[in-house]
Every structure is written in C-alpha cells, then in structure tokens.
Design a protein around this ligand. Structure first.
Ligand code: G3P
Length: 221
C-alpha cells in the first residue's frame, strides 16, 4: 500500500519525506488555503521536494477551464497528477487529459458507481472520501471494500486512493481490504508512528544504560 500525505504544509512534507515514508502527496484548495501564502509557490515547492505523484487540483468547474489549469499545473513537474472533481465536466476533462498523457485523480467520490465511471474515463486514481461518509452516518470503509471487489472483478488499473482519513484504524482497515493508496493528514501519520510501549521501553533502556555507566565509569559507547 502506498502512503501519500494529504497536506500542503511544507514542514510536514519535508519531515516525513526525509524519513522515506512518502510515496506522494495530495492537496486541495482547502489544504492550500489553510497554509496561506502564495499557493502557486507552495505547489511548486511540493512538486520539487517529493519524487512521487503530487495531486494538484483544478478550481475551474467547466471543461475548457479545467484543461487550461491542468496544463499550467503540469508545468510544475512531471510528477504532477491533475485532480478533477467527480462531475460530468470533470470526467470529460479526465478523458482528454489522460489521452494527452497526463495522470488524473478524480476526487470527491462517494459511491461505487461514481468510481466505476472515473475508472472508465481513464483516471489513474479515484479518491473516495471515507471520513465524510462516516460523518453522515454511512460506512465509508464499506465503499472501499466494494471498490476493491469491483475493480478486481474487471481488472481495472485505476488505483483506489483512500481519502478523508481521520484516524489510524482507517489505515489498518484500508490495508486489510487491499486499497492501493491511503492519503493521510500529518497528524494521522504521526499517530501511526507512536506507541506508548515504545516510549516506555526506550526510557527504560536509557535509564539502565546510565546505571551501568555509573557502576562502571569505563563503559563507553
Ligand atoms: O483528500 C481529501 C481530504 O483532504 C478531505 O479530508 O477531512 O476534509 O474530509 P476531510
């Protein structure tokens, strides 16, 4: 399973990229707005830092506008993936951009039928938003299971990119189902790293080492 970071925060991107954890990045207008500053500079910098796929979203809602924005975004780097919304215009843009050799991520997917249509339009990724389904009392993770089954039934190449992830158990469940990618807010990735027994164990190891040094001052590392 690939791990993407779902953020436009450069500090988090650098930190987790330096640990070798990032297969890619997803951004959206809300995440860019959260960081403030010049969104174009931020997007360019993300594309420069991360070697894997970086999804950058168009903000036009009509076909020609999407194509124009996509071509501009693609200039940031060869690893740019164009994110389009799951609308008729978005699917038409997906088809055109894909035939021009661009990779497309269809976002705001909430049903199996939407995902199938995005795959048919040539998307490299579909992004089902599981947390937002949970928010309205539907089971987001069962959508992932349905997509895995349908895509496997027909050998669809489109990758299932689990988005709107809210906590580490979402990641475990997505991995068990066989999702291709999870895109994680930095705080969720941070929580995956941590375990209280790791912290306690390390503290005890270091305390024992100090004790050993005090008992035998010649001990060196
Ligand atoms: O990748 C999509 C994601 O950013 C949406 O997450 O938490 O706003 O539903 P959320």
């Amino acid at each position: 399973m690939k791990i993407f970071l779902d953020t436009a925060n450069l500090q988090s991107i650098r930190m987790y990229n330096d640990m070798g954890l990032l297969d890619g990045i997803t951004t959206n207008p809300s995440l860019l707005a959260r960081e403030g500053g010049d969104p174009q500079k931020t997007m360019e910098e993300i594309v420069r830092i991360v070697k894997g796929d970086v999804s950058l979203e168009v903000v036009s809602t009509e076909y020609y506008g999407m194509l124009e924005e996509a071509r501009k975004l693609k200039r940031y780097g060869s690893n740019v993936v164009i994110k389009v919304p799951m609308t008729p215009e978005g699917l038409r843009a997906c088809k055109t951009l894909t035939s021009e050799g661009m990779a497309v991520n269809v976002t705001l997917v909430f049903s199996p039928n939407q995902a199938v249509l995005a795959a048919k339009a040539g998307a490299k990724y579909v992004s089902p938003f599981i947390g937002r389904l949970d928010d309205i009392g539907q089971d987001g993770m069962s959508l992932i299971a349905e997509l895995r089954q349908i895509f496997s039934n027909y050998g669809f190449k489109t990758q299932i990119l689990v988005a709107s992830v809210r906590h580490p158990m979402h990641v475990v469940e997505a991995a068990k189902i066989g999702a291709d990618v999870v895109t994680l807010p930095p705080d969720v990735l941070g929580k995956m790293l941590k375990h209280p027994l790791t912290d306690i164990g390390l503290k005890n190891f270091l305390a024992d080492w100090e004790k050993l040094k005090q008992e035998n001052p010649k001990v060196r590392f």
